[in-house]
Unconditional design. Structure first.
Length: 143
C-alpha cells in the first residue's frame, strides 16, 4: 500500500483523487470540531444516521460510477472483518468495556448482550465494503 501511495516512480506523492479525499475529511473534521466548540447541540445525531452519510452515500456513489469495484473478491474480506468485528464487540460488551443505550431500530440478543442490528449492518458489513471500494477508487491508479 505504501508503494502505491507514496513510492511510485512514475508520479511521486499522493494521487490527485486521494488528495481530494484527504481534503474532504479534513474539511469535515474542521467543521465538526468548530461546531463542537460553538454549540455542542448542533452535532447531536444518532450514530446510524452519521454512518449512512459517511459510509452508505459515498459507497453508493463509488459503486454507481465504477460497478466493477464490487466483485466476488470483496466477499472474503467483508466476511473476515465482519467476524472479527462481531467477536470483538461481543467480547467487549460481555466484559463491560462498552454498552449500547436503548436507542435501537432492532435489537438482537447474543450471549446475553444486546446488540443493535443496525450496528452489525453498518459497521461490521458496510464499513469494510466502503473502505475497500473507496481505497480502489481513490488510491489505486486506473489501468
Amino acid at each position: 500500500m505504501i508503494e502505491l501511495l507514496l513510492l511510485r516512480e512514475d508520479r511521486p506523492g499522493l494521487s490527485r483523487r486521494l488528495w481530494m479525499l484527504v481534503l474532504l475529511y479534513l474539511g469535515l473534521s474542521a467543521t465538526v470540531f468548530t461546531l463542537f466548540f460553538v454549540d455542542r447541540s448542533l452535532i447531536t445525531f444518532n450514530y446510524w444516521q452519521v454512518a449512512l452519510v459517511y459510509l452508505a452515500v459515498p459507497f453508493a456513489v463509488i459503486v454507481s460510477r465504477r460497478p466493477r469495484y464490487l466483485n466476488r473478491r470483496l466477499l472474503i474480506p467483508v466476511l473476515f472483518f465482519a467476524c472479527v468485528f462481531f467477536s470483538h464487540e461481543i467480547l467487549s460488551l460481555h466484559i463491560g468495556h462498552w454498552w449500547w443505550p436503548s436507542d435501537y431500530i432492532f435489537r438482537l440478543s447474543v450471549f446475553g448482550v444486546a446488540i443493535p442490528v443496525e450496528d452489525i449492518l453498518i459497521w461490521h458489513l458496510l464499513s469494510t465494503v466502503s473502505l475497500a471500494a473507496g481505497y480502489r477508487f481513490f488510491a489505486v491508479p486506473e489501468k
